[in-house]
Structure formats: structure tokens, C-alpha cells
Design a protein around this ligand. Structure first.
Ligand code: F6P
Length: 520
């Protein structure tokens, strides 16, 4: 199936030419806001400040129907092998399922093993949080270091930061980069006697994670002997045997499954630093929130379906308006890692030029995702959003209440800025002086959480996961593999061997020169 060859795609293209130059402000009629805004369990979504109307939405609805999106959703939730390149099911949704309805991978119902693993996590977390877990010298844990990268870092780090108000006494650190600067810094902040390291690696083969973990293990072995490892290391991986060989005690190994993609894994044991930071019950509420969004995604008709609508907008801008990027601006420091997390989620999933039939696509796929917190971003790149030659759709995300601040007025200033930015981008302002003129008509989505709670955060993340999936489906690409990261990894091995040995293997002149300079 090629999206561009569907009847609905042609209909969208035709209608697009009629409406593309219309001003968003002129599209507001009595019902528009009502049609394009939604309240969902403590989150308000406003899709009205966009360069579309009800008819365009209904044409996209037709596209999704013609492309059998409902079947695709059903296939994902029911464990069909939709990651066809790796022959895997995609079941991050099963991790947060709140009932016992069986979900099969092959012939096996995976719900019991998820429940059993969650019990194991709960027990482990309770022991650490209640100070019963003791380090090698008998002291309780004060610090947790999550060693992992990509999906084994970004999701948990984002959630732990976002749920700051729910944090317990444990101090969390995230060690991801192979840059020793990060390792040195973390090592200077922690006390070996009271720190627990969690090695999170789905594949247990990621160079950065394993090297960092080995470095730290060696420090323990040198100082306290091998038996210290069981008291200071736990791991999460699909590769249980490799983890054991690495020296991790079997009791401290939490399973992962190949039906959970790294960037979709914060609900799995890979997200274990989240319950460690906020307690298991709050982690459970995060899962419940995601489940609420899952149900909404599975059961709502497309023109009332939040992730589907958000994905329609991305396809409209990417493939028709040809806007190549979208920016995510959380107006809350709590979500400062959200743009990083979304970059992996959206770009590692949808940055692909081969379609499901193994042909090179003849249409644009995954767009470029970036962002930073407001109001900081207003004082850096917002100039380009307002007066640049490129049009960049924005997602504004904020929380309405910040109960824990002693500076409520500052919070109001923060929100006033966000609202004003979306208004300014849309309305613009005429000015005789050309460089003071604002053309406006620049689109944005606003997502207003009543409060960032485990539940609303779970809903928000699941919303973005499903948005990613719908886009991939409409572009007919596989959102769940990531072969594009492999070539760089392979070549890095060659370069490292060149750096370590006397001779240099065959490269282009530029690469050879770089290697020479580093060796010199
Ligand atoms: O290199 C990309 C990647 O495989 C991501 O997809 C993944 O999230 C990250 O590396 C870490 O992988 P792992 O959990 O297997 O160490």
C-alpha cells in the first residue's frame, strides 16, 4: 500500500491547495474550538490553532480508514508480528494493561510474566527505598546510578525529572555517555558504599553501557573484592545469560523482552529507576495513566482520537505544507528532558526511507524533532519561529497548577508567556516597518496538564507513542526497528582499532587525517 496512491491522499492534496493560504484566525467560527479541543482525564488538548479545518480532518479520517489504521492498531495491541524486519511483536501496551485479559506472543500469554516481574521489581524497590538493602559495608543506599543509553536512559530520566514532586530520599544519576567526563563527575558525587548501579541494556551489547559498567565494577572489585558486585549492581536485559557472565547476581537481574522496543521501554523493568525514585505505587499510577490513553486510542473514532489527530497534523505539515521540522516546548522545567526523549521516540522510529514493501519511499517520512523549555527558548530561537522563512509547528506543553511552589506568581508569568506565544505566532501583527512586521499564521498545539502527576504523565507519554505509531503507519514504514544506527557502530570499531594500533586501515583521506591527528 502506498499512501500517495490512495484516493484519500489525492483528495487531501486537492483540498490542501484550496486552504493552504487561509489564515487560521479567519477559520474560527462558533464550533471550531469545540471541534478541535479535548479534555482527557486532567489534560486539555487544543488543536485549533492549526492550518486546517473540519473538512481537512475528515479527509484525513478517510485516509486512515482507507489505509486500515484500525486493523493496524488491533494488530499491535494483540501481539501480531508488526515489526516485520526483526520478526517481533510490539507490546509495550501489554506492560501497562490493567486487567488479566491474555495477550499472546506466539502461543504464550505474556501477562503472567509481566505481573510476576512487576512483583519482583516492587519487592526490590521496596527493599531499597525502605533502607533494608545494604551495601558491602552494611550501609543503606543513598544513590542510584542508571547506566544506560538511548531508550535505556531518556525515558526514565525524563520521567524521574518530571515527577520531581513525588521523589523520595534517593538521589538519582543517569550515566549514558562514553565520554569519561560524565563518569568522572558521577563518581565524584557518589559514595561507593551507598550507591546502587543499575545496568540497563536490552541487548547487553551496547558499547557505552558495558564499558561504563565494567569501569565501575572494576573499582568495586579492586576495593572490596568480587562479592561486592551482588550488593551494588542490578541489571535489566533480555540477555540474562550475558548479564550473569558479566557478574551480576541472578536475583538482581530483571528480564526485558524482545517485544518491547528500547524507546518504548520505560514501562518495563528498563524504567526501574522510576519506581526507585518515586516508589512503586506511583510507578503503577504512571502505568495506569498510559493504559487510559491506550483505551482511548483503541476505541475512539479517528476525528476524536488524540494521538491520531496529532499524527494527522504532522503528516499534513510534513507531506503537504512541506514543513520539515516540529518543535516541542515544555513550559515547565519538570519536562526539560521531554524534547530529548521525543527526539529518540519520533526520529529513531520514523527516520526511514524504506517502506514496508522494501521499496524506497516516494514521499517524506519522519520529520525533524527538536525543542527546549520555555521561557528560555523565547530568548534563543523563537525569533526564527516568529519571523524566519521556515514555518515550524509547535507543541506547547505546560501544567496548569504547580502546587509545590512558593512563587505562584512566577508560575502565572510562565503560563502567560506560553499562551501569548501561541497567540502571537498565530495572529502576527502588521507593521509598516518591514522588520517589525509579523506575518503570523504559524501553527501550534497546546497541551495543558492540570498537574504533572504519574497518571497524567503516563497519558502524555502514551499519547506521543501512539502518535509516532500512526505517523509510521500512514507513511508505511516500520517504526520499531533502527538499523540506521548500526553502520556508525560498526565503523567506530574499526576506528578504535586504528587508534589503538600502529597501522591505520583503509579510509578516505579526510577520515585518515582525523585518525592521524588523534594518534599524534
Ligand atoms: O543504538 C540504538 C539503540 O539500540 C536504541 O534503540 C536503544 O534504545 C539504545 O541503543 C540502547 O540499547 P540497549 O538497551 O540494548 O543498550
Amino acid at each position: 500500500m502506498k499512501p500517495t496512491q490512495t484516493k484519500s491522499w489525492s483528495a487531501i492534496a486537492e483540498y490542501f491547495h484550496q486552504i493552504k493560504d487561509q489564515k487560521i484566525v479567519d477559520l474560527f467560527h462558533q464550533q471550531r474550538l469545540n471541534n478541535f479541543s479535548f479534555d482527557f482525564n486532567g489534560i486539555y488538548f487544543d488543536f485549533s490553532k492549526h492550518r486546517w479545518d473540519e473538512k481537512m480532518l475528515s479527509l484525513f479520517d478517510n485516509l486512515a480508514t482507507e489505509m486500515k489504521l484500525s486493523e493496524a492498531i488491533l494488530q499491535m495491541f494483540s501481539g501480531k508480528i508488526i515489526n516485520h524486519t526483526e520478526q517481533r511483536a510490539v507490546l509495550h501496551t501489554a506492560l501497562r494493561q490493567q486487567n488479566d485479559i491474555p495477550v499472546y506472543v506466539g502461543k504464550q500469554n505474556i501477562i503472567p510474566q509481566i505481573k510476576k516481574t512487576n512483583q519482583k521489581i516492587k519487592k526490590f524497590v521496596d527493599k531499597v527505598v525502605s533502607n533494608q538493602w545494604k551495601g558491602i559495608t552494611g550501609k543503606p543506599v543513598t544513590d542510584i546510578v542508571n547506566i544506560g543509553i538511548g531508550g535505556s536512559d531518556l525515558g526514565p530520566k525524563m520521567a524521574v525529572e518530571a515527577l520531581h514532586d513525588y521523589r523520595n530520599h534517593l538521589k538519582l544519576h543517569f550515566l549514558s555517555n562514553i565520554d569519561p567526563f560524565q563518569l568522572d563527575n558521577i563518581m565524584s558525587e557518589i559514595n561507593l558504599e551507598t550507591t546502587l548501579f543499575i545496568v540497563v541494556s536490552k541487548s547487553f551489547s551496547t558499547q557505552e553501557t558495558l564499558t561504563n559498567a565494567q569501569n565501575i565494577q572494576q573499582i568495586y572489585i579492586d576495593k572490596y573484592g568480587k562479592h561486592a558486585i551482588a550488593r551494588h549492581f542490578a541489571t535489566v536485559s533480555t540477555q540474562v545469560q550475558k548479564a550473569e557472565e558479566f557478574g551480576i547476581h541472578p536475583d538482581n537481574i530483571f528480564p526485558m523482552w524482545d517485544w518491547v522496543g528500547g524507546r518504548f521501554s520505560l514501562w518495563s523493568p528498563a524504567g526501574i529507576s522510576i519506581p526507585l525514585a518515586i516508589g512503586y505505587d506511583n510507578f503503577d499510577r504512571l502505568l495506569q495513566g498510559a493504559y487510559e490513553m491506550d483505551k482511548h486510542f483503541q476505541t475512539s473514532r479517528f476525528n476524536r482520537n488524540l494521538p491520531v489527530i496529532a499524527a494527522f497534523l504532522t503528516v499534513l505539515y510534513n507531506n503537504f505544507y512541506q514543513f520539515e521540522t516540529e518543535t516541542y516546548i515544555p513550559y515547565t522545567e519538570k519536562l526539560k528532558f521531554l524534547p530529548d526523549y521525543l527526539q529518540q521516540l519520533l526520529m529513531e522510529s520514523n527516520g526511514k526511507y524504506i517502506d514496508k514493501e522494501n521499496n524506497k519511499v516516494q514521499w517524506q517520512t519522519g520529520n525533524i524533532v527538536w525543542g527546549n523549555t520555555g521561557t528560555n527558548a523565547q530568548h534563543s530561537f523563537f525569533q526564527l519561529l516568529h519571523q524566519g522563512t521556515k514555518i515550524i509547528p509547535v507543541h506547547f506543553i505546560a501544567e496548569k497548577h504547580n502546587k509545590n511552589t512558593s512563587f505562584a506568581n512566577n508560575h502565572r508569568i510562565l503560563l502567560s508567556n506560553m499562551i501569548a506565544q501561541s497567540e502571537a505566532l498565530m495572529k502576527g501583527e502588521k507593521n509598516e516597518v518591514p522588520y517589525k512586521n509579523f506575518e503570523g499564521n504559524r501553527p501550534s498545539t497546546t497541551i495543558l496538564l492540570d498537574e504533572i502527576t504519574p497518571q497524567t504523565l503516563g497519558q502524555l507519554i502514551a499519547f506521543y507513542e501512539h502518535k509516532t505509531f500512526v505517523e509510521a503507519w500512514l507513511w508505511q514504514i516500520n517504526a520499531f526497528d533502527q538499523f540506521g544506527v548500526e553502520l556508525g557502530k560498526k565503523l567506530a570499531k574499526n576506528v578504535l582499532s586504528d587508534l589503538n594500533n600502529n597501522s591505520i586501515s583503509n579510509h578516505d583521506p579526510s577520515t585518515t587525517q582525523l585518525i592521524r591527528r588523534i594518534k599524534a
